[in-house]
Design a protein around this ligand. Structure first.
Ligand SMILES: C[S@@+](CC[C@H](N)C(=O)[O-])C[C@H]1O[C@@H](n2cnc3c(N)ncnc32)[C@H](O)[C@@H]1O
Length: 189
């Protein structure tokens, strides 16, 4: 069974189960809030039922989700969020799908572990505000926030690093019993 089938099967029970084991994306984001400050537009990749969109909303004026599993996306929409059906590997398509402009925060909460990270980074570059080397002033330049399972950290940092991203802050958090996430904030240094 592929990951998308796995999440299709889990969708109807997802909120109930993760709440039972105390998964709270806001807790993962919290240590980074002083650095992130307030952002204009946040993109939540693999937004699931919308729990992580709720967390992202605390630091962004506007948030949009990307989710390939229909049953997950429908739950996020029922909570009032705008969600595009696509994989994290296809972010470049967002503009064609009617989302103009770029995002100043792109986030992956408990989702990048299921993606082909090289393809993801290529897409992130198309939708993220350029870094300090571009035309944007530094405080408005794009940030990437992600949580990753410890065994995938090296691969993910390398893939972003190859495209010029560097880690600004790193933290490890217990996401729930038995699962620790590495949380990373990155930009183009
Ligand atoms: C563990 S859930 C996390 C959901 C949400 N971000 C949260 O924090 O509650 C992982 C999510 O990633 C999505 N996902 C899996 N593979 C993906 C891919 N290739 N592209 C985008 N999303 C994907 C799943 O459908 C699922 O909704």
């Amino acid at each position: 069974m592929g990951w998308l089938d796995y999440f299709r099967k889990w969708a109807s029970k997802y909120d109930r189960e993760v709440e039972a084991y105390d998964y709270d994306p806001e807790k993962l984001l919290k240590p980074f809030v002083p650095l992130i400050r307030k952002r204009k537009r946040g993109l939540d990749v693999g937004c699931g039922t919308g729990k992580s969109l709720e967390a992202l909303k605390t630091v962004c004026d506007e948030v949009v989700g990307v989710e390939p599993v229909e049953k997950m996306a429908l739950q996020a929409e029922a909570k009032g969020f705008r969600v595009f059906r696509m994989k994290g590997e296809e972010l470049g398509r967002l503009v064609e799908d009617g989302v103009p402009g770029r995002f100043d925060l792109v986030a992956f909460f408990a989702s990048i572990d299921y993606m082909n990270v090289e393809l993801v980074v290529a897409g992130v570059e198309k939708v993220l505000e350029p870094g300090p080397a571009g035309h944007m002033p530094k405080k408005e330049a794009g940030l990437v926030f992600l949580t990753v399972e410890p065994e995938n950290e090296e691969k993910v940092v390398r893939a972003f690093g190859e495209r010029g991203f560097r880690v600004v802050k790193r933290d490890t958090r217990k996401a729930y019993e038995g699962q620790t996430y590495v949380c990373l904030l990155m930009n183009k240094g």
